[in-house]
Design a protein around this ligand. Structure first.
Ligand SMILES: C[S@@+](CC[C@H](N)C(=O)[O-])C[C@H]1O[C@@H](n2cnc3c(N)ncnc32)[C@H](O)[C@@H]1O
Length: 267
């Protein structure tokens, strides 16, 4: 793993260099139509065209479709504000080790991922796992490879009824897709007796970021209409205890960096 400078990351080939400075226009509106187009009809519909037997084959194809060789390709990642060049396989190992170590620490009888795509993370966690996902094409892939994934929409209160008693919930870059997290936390509250812990691996706006790179990350969230308030919705509530918080813990995409937030409803 080789450390590189921010200038090497935000070089002239990176379209975000000009977008973040307002030199070229970029603005998304992240409503359900955007999710339908970007995920269901594009990314997952394209993957569903392949008839693979294993979840790993679908993940490899996903990397290939993003223009990266799933093992030997080179990728730029981040830890805090530091940026590194490494192999895709090393980057993936580091990211999944992080996810698995936190889920193991806060494990329950059942483990549920919300916004789980076709269930790749669930397949790593192992038995007693289930998930919910908006994209019907992702759910079809998951079922085809034998994973317990149901259709689920963060915005629909009754969809949360599928949460089983004695569950640890986790989310991985799916609340990033919901500009205002208030609806999610309100809907989880209705299921709170079934939920032991909630673990987020999520990009979000962090108002306390003061470094130039940190401010660029907040701008990146704004231009993509990604989540702006997950941390602050949680902090405002007096029925929630935050157990772990680590900002910019790891970035498979350095501008879209993952924050770790672990919490529980006070009993
Ligand atoms: C970046 S992908 C991450 C998928 C998966 N968590 C993973 O780590 O591989 C974002 C996921 O959020 C899902 N999503 C977006 N909006 C959603 C919604 N309203 N309800 C449920 N899932 C949603 C997308 O369909 C997509 O699968």
């Amino acid at each position: 793993m080789k450390q590189i400078t921010l200038n090497e990351y935000l070089n002239k080939e990176n379209p975000w260099t000009d977008r973040l400075q307002g030199i070229t226009d970029f603005k998304k509106k992240r409503d359900l139509q955007q999710i339908e187009n970007e995920y269901n009809l594009d990314k997952y519909a394209k993957l569903l065209e392949f008839d693979f037997d294993t979840v790993e084959d679908y993940k490899k194809k996903e990397f290939e479709q993003a223009g990266l060789h799933p093992i030997t390709g080179t990728i730029i990642i981040s830890k805090g504000d530091d940026v590194f060049k490494t192999s895709v396989s090393n980057a993936r190992n580091l990211f999944y080790q992080l996810i698995l170590s936190k889920i193991k620490k806060y494990s329950s009888e059942n483990i549920c991922e919300l916004g789980c795509g076709y269930g790749y993370n669930l397949s790593l966690v192992g038995s007693n796992t289930y998930g919910g996902e908006y994209s019907s094409n992702a759910v079809k892939i998951a079922k085809k490879i034998g994973l317990d994934v149901s259709e689920f929409n963060y915005y629909t209160e009754s969809d949360y009824n599928f949460i089983k008693p004695n569950t640890t919930i986790f989310t991985t870059h799916s609340i990033e897709q919901i500009p205002d997290a208030t609806v999610i936390i309100n809907n989880l509250e209705k299921q709170k007796d079934k939920i032991n812990y909630v673990i987020h691996f999520e990009p979000t706006v962090i108002n306390e970021r003061t470094s130039p790179f940190g401010k660029m990350r907040n701008k990146y969230m704004e231009l993509n209409d990604y989540n702006t308030n997950l941390l602050y919705v949680l902090k405002e509530r007096n029925d929630i205890e935050i157990l772990e918080l680590e900002i910019d813990i790891f970035g498979l995409v350095p501008l879209n960096t993952t924050n770790l937030i672990i919490w529980k409803f006070k009993k």
